[in-house]
Ligand binder design. Structure first.
Ligand SMILES: O=P(O)(O)OC[C@H]1O[C@](O)(COP(=O)(O)O)[C@@H](O)[C@@H]1O
Ligand SMILES: [Mg+2]
Ligand SMILES: [Mg+2]
Length: 359
C-alpha cells in the first residue's frame, strides 16, 4: 500500500480507540465492506454478469424484487453472519429478521440494511447503493422484532455505499461523516473525504414532482416558492435534481449541499411516506446530522421517531440545515392554521399548483 493512505479499517480502529465498541464494531464494519465489494463487483458487470432484470417474487412491501436485490441481500448476510459480531440481521428484502444458523457465535450488534437502494435504476445503468444501520443488542438470545425497534438516536454506526463511476463508502460511528473510495487495484477502501460538511444554505432541491398534487400544503408551498425563483418570495433561482436512488441524491447533497424530500402524500393514504425508517431514513439521517445537516419528518427529528414496525415508512426531508428548518416552520404554521401562503398572489394568480393542461 502507498504510504500516507488511510484504509477504512485503520481509520475505524483510530476512531473507536478507547470506546466500548473498539474492536467489534470496526470488525463488523469491515465485514460490511466485504459485502459492499461483492455488490460493487456484481453491479459493475451490468448485462455481462447476467444479474439484471426482475424475479417473479415480491418483498414484504409488495415491490417486485430484482435479481440484484436478492443477490445483494445474500452478499450482506454471507459477509456478516459468521464473524461472531452480529446477533441478527434485518433487511428490506426479508419479511422477518434473519436468525443466524445455530453453529455461528452471536455478537453484540444488530445489522439492518437496504441491500440495494434504487434498484429500479440497475437496468438503466444509473447509480445505486447499499444502506446500513448498526444497533446494539444487549439482551440474551436472538433478537426479536421488538428488539430491532429502536429509534435512530441509538444507532452506533450507519453508512451507505454508492456504486457509481467510483464505488464509495460513506460512514459514521458518531464522530463525523467520512467518505472512502474503493481502490479496485488493491481491493480496499481509502479515506478520500474526511469530515464531510453540508453547507447550511442551498439553492438545490430534490423531490419527485410527479407526486405534486398529492403533497401536503407545506410541501406544495415550499416547492412553489423555490420554483418561483427570483420573482417569488425566496428572491433567488433554485435548481432541481431527482435520481430516484436515495443514496445518489444524498451523496450529491453531502458533496455540494442541497435538500432531498420524500414527504408523505395522499397517493396511497395507507402509506405515511415512501421511504422506510429503519434501513433508509435512520441511517441516512445519522450520516446527514453527523455532517452538520438536518433530517426531519417535517414535524420532528427523524432519529427520534419510535419505530412501531420493521418495515415502517416515514416522511423524509433532509440536507442543508436552514432549508430543513424552513420546511419544519412551514409545517408548524400549517398545523396551527397560520399558513397564509395560499392567500398570496403567487398561488392565486400564477396557479403554480395547477398543471399545464388545466390552465
Ligand atoms: O419511484 P420514485 O418515487 O422516484 O422513488 C424513488 C425512491 O425510491 C427508492 O428507490 C427506494 O429504494 P429501494 O430501491 O430500496 O426500494 C429510493 O432510493 C428513491 O429515493
Ligand atoms: Mg431503498
Ligand atoms: Mg432496496
Amino acid at each position: 500500500m502507498q504510504s500516507g493512505r488511510t484504509t477504512v479499517s485503520k481509520f475505524l480502529i483510530e476512531q473507536l480507540h478507547g470506546t466500548d465498541d473498539q474492536a467489534d464494531l470496526a470488525a463488523l464494519l469491515v465485514d460490511v465492506t466485504a459485502a459492499v465489494k461483492a455488490i460493487s463487483a456484481m453491479t459493475s458487470k451490468g448485462a455481462l454478469g447476467g444479474f439484471l432484470g426482475a424475479l417473479d417474487t415480491q418483498n414484504v412491501q409488495g415491490e417486485v424484487q430484482k435479481k440484484l436485490d436478492v443477490l445483494s441481500n445474500d452478499a450482506m448476510i454471507q459477509a456478516c453472519e459468521w464473524g461472531g459480531l452480529v446477533a441478527g440481521m434485518a433487511s428490506e428484502e426479508m419479511d422477518d429478521p434473519y436468525t443466524l444458523p445455530k453453529e455461528f457465535e452471536r455478537g453484540p450488534y444488530m445489522l439492518i440494511f437496504d441491500p440495494l437502494d434504487g434498484s429500479s435504476n440497475t437496468d438503466v445503468n444509473v447509480s445505486v447503493g447499499t444502506i446500513f444501520s448498526v444497533l446494539r443488542h444487549t439482551k440474551i438470545g436472538d433478537p426479536t422484532v421488538a428488539d430491532y425497534l429502536r429509534p435512530g438516536v441509538e444507532q452506533v454506526a450507519a453508512g451507505y455505499a454508492i456504486y457509481g463511476p467510483a464505488t464509495m463508502l460513506v460512514l459514521t460511528v458518531g464522530k463525523g461523516t467520512h467518505g472512502f473510495t474503493l481502490d479496485r487495484e488493491i481491493g480496499n477502501f481509502i479515506l478520500t473525504h474526511p469530515n464531510l460538511q453540508i453547507p447550511a444554505d442551498t439553492s438545490e432541491f430534490a423531490i419527485n414532482t410527479s407526486n405534486e398534487r398529492f403533497w401536503e400544503p407545506p410541501i406544495q408551498r415550499y416547492v412553489a416558492e423555490c420554483k418561483a425563483g427570483k420573482t417569488g418570495p425566496r428572491g433567488r433561482d433554485f435548481n432541481t435534481r431527482w435520481i430516484a436512488s436515495m443514496v445518489a441524491d444524498v451523496h450529491r447533497i453531502l458533496m455540494r449541499g442541497g435538500i432531498f424530500m420524500y414527504p408523505k402524500d395522499t397517493k396511497d393514504p395507507s402509506k405515511p411516506g415512501r421511504l422506510r425508517l429503519m434501513y433508509e431514513a435512520n441511517p441516512i439521517g445519522m450520516i446527514i446530522e453527523q455532517a452538520g445537516g438536518a433530517a426531519s419528518t417535517g414535524r420532528g427529528r427523524i432519529l427520534e421517531v419510535q419505530p412501531s414496525s420493521l418495515h415502517q415508512r416515514v416522511p423524509v426531508m433532509l440536507g442543508s440545515k436552514n432549508e430543513i428548518e424552513r420546511l419544519e416552520r412551514y409545517h408548524a404554521e400549517y398545523d396551527r392554521g397560520e399558513d397564509k401562503a395560499f392567500e398570496s398572489p403567487l398561488f392565486k394568480e400564477r396557479s403554480l399548483y395547477r398543471d399545464e393542461a388545466s390552465r
